[in-house]
Design a protein around this ligand. Structure first.
Ligand code: NAP
Length: 251
């Protein structure tokens, strides 16, 4: 059977998958939203930018004669994941998500779990603290109702223009990061509390491990709920699915 994969990327796992399919000689296109100024090179052809919703994605899938879609986006990229489910159903294409389990609370953790970004904003009311706000550039403005804090931000690209938070310190860096480095960073800046999405996986976990080691509280944002879809937990499982999937669309 002719194979032509669409990999929806933006994660460490997506990069590993691209390397594996390239190694296996399987034709694939790697798709990124185009949020980052200098995306990392991939060993398969890349495309950048949104598709234009479900209809745009369907057009793309048909035009490019895609045979399989692998959703290896971040667990908080809910819109893209929902669109992928809808478009693959419309186009009768097999879809699998390369997903990673959420982080679980462990001994020493001081988590306050909140259901969403608004919950994190609400949890940050109260007197001034130094907050490591690790929610991504797109969500910073939502924290404007809490201008009393000092925010430590780590962004992939230097910010363009003023940030929506009056007192913040920006570090421009691209992960993955190490626990010891994050511990040192938190100590250097006197961080009182960390705000994080429950991303899961190892690439973004250093700050959670560092907070645990330092006994710092973490406001942990739960993952969004996604439609049911077939899921794989590792690259090998995706390769196996590609080899055996045909047009089976079960979840
Ligand atoms: P999102 O809210 O789910 O997506 C919004 C829109 O961006 C989608 O509807 C789609 O536009 C476009 N888009 C998203 N991912 C795309 C992809 N891989 N290829 C082409 N278009 C894409 O997504 P997001 O949370 O902004 O995340 C954007 C990207 O950053 C994803 O690739 C994700 O894996 C990565 N990322 C996200 C986070 C996070 O915390 N959300 C963290 C790390 C990395 P159209 O509707 O026009 O197709």
């Amino acid at each position: 059977m002719r194979i032509n994969l669409l990999i929806l990327g933006g994660t460490t796992e997506a990069k590993a998958l691209a390397a594996a399919v390239s190694e296996a000689g399987i034709p694939a296109v790697f798709s990124l939203a185009g949020r980052v100024a200098r995306p990392l090179d991939q060993p398969v052809p890349m495309r950048l930018g949104g598709f234009g919703g479900v209809a745009g994605l369907c057009d793309y899938l048909r035009r490019e004669k895609i045979t399989h879609v692998i959703d290896a986006t971040h667990p908080f990229a809910a819109q893209m994941s929902r669109n992928a489910v809808a478009a693959c159903a419309d186009c009768n294409l097999p879809l699998i998500a390369l997903s990673r389990p959420a982080w679980e609370v462990a001994e020493g953790d001081r988590w306050q779990r909140v259901p969403d970004m608004a919950g994190a904003v609400a949890a940050l009311g109260g007197p001034r603290r130094t907050v490591m706000l690790a929610v991504g550039r797109m969500h910073l403005a939502e924290f404007a109702p809490n201008p009393q804090h000092r925010y430590l931000l780590r962004l992939v690209d230097p910010p363009e223009g003023a940030l929506p938070l009056p007192d913040c310190h920006v570090i421009v860096a691209r992960g993955p990061f190490g626990e010891a480095d994050d511990r040192a960073l938190m100590q250097e800046h006197g961080v009182d509390v960390v705000v994080s999405k429950n991303a899961g996986g190892s690439g973004a976990q250093a700050k959670i491990l560092a907070a645990r080691a330092l006994g710092l509280p973490v406001i942990m944002i739960d993952r969004p709920t996604l439609p049911a879809r077939r899921e794989a937990s590792c690259v090998a499982e995706v390769l196996d699915w590609i080899a055996h999937s045909g047009t089976d669309r079960g979840v």
